[in-house]
Design a protein around this ligand. Structure first.
Ligand code: HAM
Length: 424
């Protein structure tokens, strides 16, 4: 036999029954997003590379190490999107959306691509549900966004105790510049404990050192100056207001003054959600986001404030313990025709039920009645309809109510009504 060509490492097929759990999660998320007046945005998975370099940041793990970047046939550098915010901002500016509405609320659901070391909860093609709000700088917009994210996790059925919201503020870029100087001085005194990556970043983007996963660097970071403590009065007051509003919304949260995010565009409020449930293991950050008030202008638009988040679908799915099978929709009616003539007879009947919205499966292959009944049970069908020569001659079908274990003869003309009655 020929060898099966392998799938790409870190990129998975999503098959039934697993896909039912995905659909459940996506639908719950859509319900919450639509209740908060968000509308769906669909952008291409491929963008010209500079979009990500200029938004996510040149000196970030995502851009330096993880992007799928190649030249297309016209010789232009393109990248598979590693995240959704940059594309949303590109579309927002391209449409001059601020001329059409004062506040824009968009969401997206789709695959993202990062060439990371694949492991549980960390993939190379993964999926995000993201939301972006453009045009409102008020602290209430931050609180609403975080509350919406928390509401999604409640909607997924995760116990509130398993979901931890952490928040921090990065302040304004000017405040970050002063902090950057403080960091350079601090790390300058601990050069021997930094790895090569961190030493290089000391020159280019010292804040990224705080995000290092190297245990030696993490130890140095533990004593590094804390940004939140060095913020000015206005930034601190704003952050306090966001927290008050969150408390008013009933969203428990914890301040993590060491929280930094892996992408460069953030300003002011940032947040993450960790989940301690199910099968997550070490990769338990299920969602993250924050304000990015300077990104629209830095990509060529006007000074429009914005805030957003994205949650990782795969990680969220791992946190939900219920087996995928429990999300599978059951077949309502299973047709068990006893010979090819009976198949031809039931096809139009099944078709009519299907176009009326009933989930119907027809056995096409020759099979024994016993085998067909076994199949109907496996499908958790509500009814099995047995058709052979007698049924065709009499025009009455044998309907087995599989929940009650009863059986009746139903004239073809009355079948729709009978099925509806069974499904009610
Ligand atoms: P992010 O923190 O890079 O933020 O990603 C958000 C979420 O995507 C993570 O919390 C995680 O659940 C999931 N995720 C990230 N990388 C992987 C991976 N390799 N495998 C599986 N899941 C992963 C952003 O992407 C920002 N665009 C969020 C945002 C929107 N900020 C403002 N607006």
């Amino acid at each position: 036999m020929a060898e099966v060509p392998p799938g790409v490492k870190g990129m998975n097929d999503i098959l039934p029954p697993e896909v039912s759990k995905w659909q459940f999660l996506e639908q719950k998320a859509r319900d919450v997003l639509e209740a908060f007046a968000y509308r769906e945005l669909r952008t291409p998975v491929l963008e010209y590379t500079p979009l990500f370099v200029r938004s996510v940041g040149e000196v970030t793990d995502v851009v330096e190490k993880q992007m799928y970047t190649f030249d297309d046939r016209d010789g232009r550098s393109v990248s598979l999107r590693p995240e959704g915010t940059a594309s949303a901002v590109r579309a927002y500016i391209g449409e001059a959306r601020w001329n059409k509405e004062p506040v824009t609320r968009w969401y997206y659901i789709g695959p993202m691509f990062r060439h990371e070391r694949a492991q549980r909860g960390r993939l190379r093609q993964f999926h995000q549900i993201g939301a972006e709000l453009f045009g409102a700088a008020e602290p209430s917009a931050d609180a609403e966004m975080i509350a919406m994210l928390a509401a999604m996790f409640t909607g997924f059925g995760l116990p509130a105790a398993a979901v931890e919201v952490t928040v921090n503020s990065l302040g304004e870029p000017e405040e970050r510049a002063a902090y950057r100087d403080a960091l350079v001085t601090y790390y300058g005194g601990h050069l021997e404990r930094l790895d090569d990556d961190s030493r290089r970043r000391l020159e280019t983007n010292p804040l990224r050192i705080l995000d290092s996963k190297n245990p030696d660097v993490i130890a140095v970071n533990a004593e590094a100056p804390v940004l939140l403590e060095s913020l000015g009065a206005a930034s601190r007051a704003r952050f306090d207001r966001v927290r008050e509003l969150l408390t008013g919304l009933g969203v428990p949260h914890r301040v993590d003054p060491r929280l930094v995010r892996g992408l460069d565009y953030y300003t002011s409020t940032i947040f993450e959600i960790k989940c301690n449930a199910g099968d997550l293991g070490a990769q338990n950050t299920v969602a993250g986001g924050g304000r990015y008030d300077r990104l629209v202008s830095s990509l060529g638009g006007p000074a429009v404030p914005a805030i957003g988040f994205a949650l990782g679908l795969e990680r969220t799915l791992l946190a939900i313990p219920d087996p995928a099978e429990s999300y599978e929709p059951a077949i309502s009616v299973f047709f068990a025709p006893l010979d090819p003539e009976a198949v031809a007879f039931v096809l139009p009947i099944a078709h009519r039920l299907r176009t009326g919205g009933v989930r119907v499966e027809v056995e096409h292959r020759p099979a024994s009645l016993k085998a067909m009944m076994k199949r109907a049970d496996k499908l958790r069908a509500r009814a099995a309809i047995i058709v052979g020569g007698n049924e065709i001659a009499s025009g009455k079908l044998t309907v087995k109510d599989l929940a009650q274990g009863t059986q009746s003869e139903v004239p073809v003309a009355e079948l729709d009504a009978k099925v509806r009655q069974l499904l009610d």
